[in-house]
Design a protein around this ligand. Structure first.
Ligand SMILES: [Zn+2]
Length: 325
């Protein structure tokens, strides 16, 4: 478990701690590693263009699902949605995920109407428990990945809440591997993963095994709405060094999410609303990206960083991961 610098210095004698931290390990001590990380964070802040600083960037949301809710039913553009909500920050940019084949036809319409929207294309695992992915679906995904507006593949993955039998688990796993194997991925693409464990099946470990089997560890991964454990983070970072972990509004509500946010390195965090799902505390569905300010406040508290610094780091992380400049 990684603690903040303040909590470590608060709990122990500072002078004694330095030598005991360093004497216990041959690798750099815990304090030294924390200092290195803080230095990396400061470097990340320096790299962010000034004009992005007071903006908020949503690394993962669902425009197509948002407009199925009564509040946004009449909205045709992002500006229409913007007019419906109270603004806690300016919307800088967002990565819209299209993972439901019945709304794939909307992609062009959304992209054309607002330069602030880029997208990823995928197939949610809930669609893939009973039948194999089709050639047409794979062809459509391949086509999208050739577009400069398309930043990656996803969400795809494993959701054992929807797979109740061994046959359904196998079907999801085969479909996940088929999509990953056949998608024409370029190093610029991010692979957005939806992994949900259930009934003793650990989706984080199963997903990792699939990626290793396909030898795709070198890709950039965005493990969306991460709710796994410390060991899962360690295993992913060891095997797939370009992994980022998405944190949603649930971090304001659920203690396991707060724990996860504590042990994920700061430079591996991606801020995501997952709108219209997973609103932060005191808000009901539909969620919207403008509420991400609350999630950022929560993260700044967990990471013991000033709010503007936290926001800058989160923006820098998403800009770098998704090549948003
Ligand atoms: Zn999502």
């Amino acid at each position: 478990m990684i603690h903040t610098l303040t909590s470590i210095t608060h709990n122990i004698n500072f002078t004694a701690s330095l030598s005991s931290f360093n004497s216990k390990r041959s690798r750099p001590g815990k304090l030294a590693r924390l200092k290195q990380r803080m230095q990396r964070d400061q470097e990340a802040v320096r790299k962010i263009p000034e004009e992005w600083e007071d903006l908020l960037i949503d690394s993962h949301f669902h425009l197509d699902r948002m407009v199925t809710h009564e509040q946004f039913k009449k909205c045709k553009t992002l500006t229409d949605i913007e007019n419906e909500v109270s603004h806690l920050a300016k919307f800088g940019m967002g990565v819209a995920n299209f993972c439901d084949p019945n709304t794939w036809f909307q992609i062009n319409q959304w992209i054309k109407t607002d330069l602030r929207i880029v997208y990823t294309i995928g197939l949610h695992p809930s669609h893939l428990t009973s039948s194999p992915v089709t050639e047409q679906e794979l062809a459509f995904i391949g086509n999208c990945l050739g577009s400069p507006h398309c930043k990656g593949l996803g969400e795809i993955g494993l959701d054992f809440k929807y797979a109740k039998t061994q046959h359904q688990v196998d079907m999801q796993r085969n479909n996940f591997m088929d999509i990953l194997r056949s998608a024409p991925l370029h190093p610029r693409h991010v692979v957005v993963l939806h992994l949900r464990s259930q009934r003793g099946w650990n989706a984080y470990q199963e997903g990792l095994k699939c990626i290793i089997t396909l030898q795709k560890q070198h890709h950039k991964f965005h493990v969306h709405c991460f709710d796994g454990g410390y060991q899962d983070v360690q295993d992913w970072l060891r095997e797939c060094p370009n992994t980022m972990f998405g944190i949603t509004g649930l971090v304001t509500v659920e203690s396991n999410m707060r724990d996860a946010a504590k042990f994920i390195p700061t430079d591996r965090l991606l801020l995501e609303s997952d709108s219209p799902h997973l609103p932060p505390t005191n808000h009901s569905i539909p969620n919207n990206p403008w509420l991400l300010t609350k999630t950022t406040y929560s993260l700044s508290h967990i990471k013991n960083l000033e709010f503007p610094v936290m926001r800058q780091i989160l923006n820098a992380n998403v800009v770098k991961c998704y090549n948003l400049k």
